[in-house]
Ligand binder design. Sequence first.
Ligand code: UDX
Length: 436
Amino acid sequence: MKIAVAGTGYVGLVAGVCFAEVGHDVTCVDIDEKKVKLMESGVSPIYEEGLEELMKKNNATGRLHYTTDYASAYKNADAIFIGVGTPEMPDGSANLSFLATVCRQIAENVEHDCLVVVKSTVPIGTNDKVEQFIKDFLVRDVKVEVASNPEFLAQGTAVRDTLHAARIIIGTESKEAEDKLMEIYEPFGLPIVSVKRRSAEMIKYACNDFLALKISYMNDIANLCELVGADIEDVAKGMSYDARIGERFLNAGIGFGGSCFPKDTKALRFLANQHGYELKTVDACVEVNKLQKTRLFEKAKDRMITFAGLKVAVLGLTFKAGTDDLREAPASENIKLLLDQGAEIYAYDPAGVPRAKQQFPEGEISRGIMRYVDTPELALEGANICFIFTEWGEIKAVKPADYKRLMRTPLVYDGRNLHAVEDMKAAGVEYYSIGR
Ligand code: UDX
């Protein structure tokens, strides 16, 4: 099958590469010439385990191409997958302008019947409009249908999540569209759930918001555990054996971040409001997460007279381990607060520093100072206080005794519960974590 993919971010590029891997002829389209050259040489513009290997392999087979020339990529494609971003607008709604641009380019260039498949997360009902929009702008007498095919990959495990997905969701309004998508996904050998287009769109939001709710629920329970003297780690363990609850996504912590949960909870809430419905569960989830992100900072603020002039070690900048992405990362919000209070920050992250430097350039910011170091030890040396924001293996590897030995005052606020409370206590570290 001849496939074009619009957008080479996490969703588009990973889909394109995996389609080539299972034997399709794929052209990935991006507007950025430099990015295209990079991808042609087998370099991935995103940090994702296993992706470059597959890019190099499939570039060599001749099944994977990259171009800025969208017209030639779209004109003869059997299917065009759209994986462009749908970022959050200030009011919480989804920004569909990138999607609209691609749809117009498709309409003006397709030369034979084709299926447009929207992978981007879009509000329920959007794909009805997308189909109409493309029809309105069509230049030639061809049939274009739109299908929904939401993406469930998580950053850091994107390739694995795609090639070994738990299921493929396809949302179509005709037998032809359904058959074509079935044919495209057949070589993956994965379970396919075929539903109507609006249901497919809803499945994506319902999944993401459910997982976000699960995390906020655990954070809420963790906060209560602290007040009543229970331990959230034990509570989560006890819950996990119940197959109805499951063992994953029970980790309480510093709140969820990333490019999906924050945006998709707000988007669904916005959509519900538009229909005159108050989605109270999701509202609560958003609210709990907002408070959770700065909970440790608030605790530390109560403990200190001031952060001004203090050396603060920040371990972890990305929104989770395994990615260099800082979008909605709890660390960023806390760093901003610390700098406003005059802290001198020494930050360590194995992958996030280049992106963090764009947000917080090295040197004086607000009333504080921002510095980056290459090891956790350098961040901790002589520090008055330490915040752990990401669960990287390199950060987990720092031993309780190291905090005691390296820091001026061994005072640690851990947003990821990386250490046993007793171990930190035994090492002489004043330790605050979540829900214990
Ligand atoms: C998520 C979904 O998992 C994926 O299916 C969807 O397609 C996109 O959004 P991603 O944002 O890459 O993927 O990361 P994920 O691993 O789901 O983590 C999201 C956030 O939740 C992170 O900040 C993470 O630290 C946090 N989290 C996750 C917890 O706080 N506790 C948990 O138990 C799990």
